[in-house]
Design a protein around this ligand. Structure first.
Ligand code: PLP
Length: 354
C-alpha cells in the first residue's frame, strides 16, 4: 500500500478470484466457466472486419444487443441494462441503492463480491445466516429496510429458491430494491424475469460468463423497471459509457441468435451434474442439491483443504473456501462428462490412498 491511498480504502479486503493458472494444463473445475466453446456463429462473427472496426468506439447503448435481449425476454428495451460482466452491475446497484451508510442485506454464505462491494461503498450491511441445511432463510429477508442481494441459485451452495419464495421477498420489500443475481439460473432454476413488470423494485441480473460460454468477453445484463434501469445508466454514463467493447457486443448478439446451442450445452451440464452427484454420494460424500453448474460437497473421510490439494497435484482444480462454516467443502464446477469421469476416478484413488 502506498502512503497516498485514501484511508477509507486502506482496510478494504479485495475480492479474490479463483485461480487462473498459466503454468500447466489443469482440468479446470474451479471458476464455473463453461467447458464448451461459443457457438459457430459467434466464432465466425468475431472476424477480421470486426477487428478493423476497433478503431471506432462501440455503441454506448449497445442498441442491437439490447433489442435482442428485450425481445428474447419479452420486455421493453428501456428495461434492459448491459454491462461489463454482471459484477459491473452489482457494483452500480450498491452505488445507487446501498452506499454511504444506507443498508444492505445478503446471506452469510453467498457470492463473495457482495461484501466486497458493501465495504467499498461504505454500506451498512447485514449478513443473514443460511439455515442449518444451507438454504436461504426467506423469512429473514422479508420486510427489511435496505437493498437485498440474493444469488439464485446461491453460490457456492447451488441451492435455488422457488419463484414463489423470490416473489415473497420482493413483494415484502416494496420500499427497497431487491436484486436477484441469476448467474446460474439457466442450469435448472426458475428466473424472476417473469416478475419484473409486476414489481418495480425488482432487478434481475444475468451474465454471459457461465451458461453462455463468454467469461473471457465480459458481458452481463440486468432486467427491471425502466426507472431502475435509468438510474443504472446514469451511473454508467458517469463512470465509463463505453464499458462493453465492440467484439463482445457482436459475440453477445450472435449468442442470442443461436440460443438452442446453449440450451443443449446446459442440458449436457445438468446430465453430467446428476452423474457426478450420484457418484460422489456413492463415495460417501454429502452433496448439496444443486441447480447450478457446480456441486458443493464434503466428505467425512478427508478434510476439504486436503482434498483440494490432492486434486490439484493430480491436475484437477476445484475451489476451496476457508471460511468456518464451509471449510470442509469443495465447490466443483461441472465440466464435460469425460472430465467428470476423470474427477470421480481421481477422487476414488485419493480416498483409497488416504
Ligand atoms: C460468476 C458470478 C457473477 C459474475 O459474473 P461476471 O458476469 O463474470 O462478472 C455474479 N454473480 C454470481 C453469483 C456469480 O457466480
Amino acid at each position: 500500500m502506498s502512503q497516498f491511498l485514501d484511508e477509507r480504502y486502506s482496510a478494504l479486503a479485495a475480492y479474490v478470484p479463483g485461480e487462473q493458472p498459466q503454468d500447466k494444463k489443469y482440468i479446470k473445475l474451479n471458476t464455473n466457466e463453461s467447458p464448451f466453446p461459443p457457438s459457430q456463429a459467434v466464432l465466425e462473427a468475431v472476424n477480421e472486419s470486426q477487428v478493423e472496426l476497433l478503431r471506432l468506439y462501440p455503441d454506448p447503448d449497445g442498441r442491437v444487443l439490447t433489442k435482442k435481449l428485450a425481445d428474447y425476454y419479452g420486455v421493453e428495451e428501456n428495461q434492459v441494462f448491459l454491462a461489463n460482466g454482471s459484477d459491473d452491475i452489482l457494483n452500480f446497484a450498491f452505488m445507487a441503492y446501498g452506499a454511504n451508510g444506507r443498508k444492505s442485506y445478503f446471506a452469510d454464505i453467498t457470492y463473495g463480491f457482495y461484501s466486497v462491494f458493501a465495504n467499498l461503498h461504505l454500506s451498512d450491511y447485514t449478513e443473514i445466516p443460511l439455515k442449518d441445511d444451507f438454504t436461504i432463510d426467506v423469512d429473514k429477508f422479508c420486510g427489511v429496510d435496505g437493498i437485498v442481494f440474493i444469488a439464485n441459485p446461491n453460490a457456492p451452495t447451488g441451492i435455488a429458491l422457488t419463484i414463489s419464495e423470490v416473489e415473497q421477498i420482493v413483494s415484502s420489500n416494496p420500499a427497497s430494491v431487491v436484486v436477484i443475481d441469476e448467474a446460474y439460473v439457466d442450469f435448472g432454476a426458475q428466473s424472476a424475469v417473469s416478475l419484473v413488470n409486476k414489481y418495480s423494485n425488482l432487478l434481475v441480473v444475468q451474465t454471459y460468463s457461465k451458461s453462455r460460454s463468454m467469461a473471457g468477453a465480459r458481458l452481463g445484463f440486468a432486467i427491471g423497471s425502466k426507472e431502475i434501469i435509468n438510474d443504472l445508466h446514469k451511473l454508467r454514463y458517469s463512470t465509463n459509457p463505453y464499458n462493453i467493447n465492440r467484439l463482445t457486443l457482436v459475440a453477445g448478439e450472435k449468442t442470442i441468435d443461436t440460443q438452442s446451442y446453449y440450451d443443449d450445452n446446459c442440458q449436457k451440464i445438468i446430465d453430467a451434474r446428476c452423474y457426478t452427484k450420484a457418484e460422489l454420494e456413492k463415495l460417501g460424500f454429502r452433496v448439496l442439491e444443486s441447480q447450478a453448474n457446480f456441486l458443493f460437497a464434503e466428505s467425512d473421510e478427508i478434510d476439504g483443504g486436503e482434498l483440494y490439494l490432492r486434486l490439484k497435484e493430480s491436475g484437477i482444480l476445484v475451489r476451496h473456501f476457508t471460511s468456518e462454516r464451509i471449510k470442509n467443502f469443495n465447490r466443483i464446477t461441472i465440466g464435460t462428462q469425460e472430465q467428470m469421469e476423470i474427477l470421480v476416478k481421481t477422487i476414488k484413488q485419493i480416498l483409497e490412498a488416504n
